[in-house]
Design a protein around this ligand. Sequence first.
Ligand code: KIV
Length: 273
Amino acid sequence: MDNGKPQQRPITVRDFAERKRKGEKLVIMTAYDALFGRLVDESGVDAILVGDSVGTAIMGYPSTLPVTLDHMIYHASAVRRGVKRALVIIDMPFLSYQASIESAVLNCGRAIQETGSAAVKVEGGSPEMLDTVHALVRTGIPVMAHIGFTPQSVNTIGGARVQGREAEGAERLIAEAKGLEQAGAFGIVLELVPTGVSERITAAVEIPTIGIGAGARCDGQVLVLPDVLGLNDTFQPKFLKRYAEMAEEVRSAVGAWARDVRSGSYPDAEHSF
Ligand code: KIV
């Protein structure tokens, strides 16, 4: 921010660490197409995450697991076409980076090459994942990490459960965050983590922590656009604050148009040639 206004030049991953040093919060929103990519960008966020939440939020799947690399490339390319300033981060889907370091480098490289995104996001903080992050960063691919509840492991975690409530889990998350920083990640998403634990993680690393359901002590926040807009009105987790009720707006606008068509009042002279 300069003089209280969002900076106008494109945001880069270098800005992330700088923001943390200055104590300025980072704001990240998801988007999945060019239209909303443009609108979200124009609202002045710092980064746009093309999340694999596209699977649940847009595509109608019960989890993010069915989302493929081809789906992500389709959506991230569209978002990239709509965005001028925010950093575009493409979420790497299930099975695109876990099998081997080589496949991770090739798939993340393809994601960057074919979409124009500036960074990737991968889930997990295991020793294997640290090696993968290190290899990606060495290849020139900036990595946003993601720990706490990691939706691609929903079946082993057993649902969307808060992580790190017990001392052992909290210590593990702190160790994972430090490892990811050392491996070269430029930021870490903390999902469903108690505030006290995310505060400790945030203090333990110099890279920014970005919370979703992780309280106010993170260096930034991320949310899922259709949830924030109230488009996804069947989803109301505790951490979600809706800033609009657009599902009702959509039903009411389309319903009004349908009534006008059926009654013959649309199109009228004003809307005809
Ligand atoms: O897929 C996604 O949108 C995410 C955010 C919830 C962080 O991973």
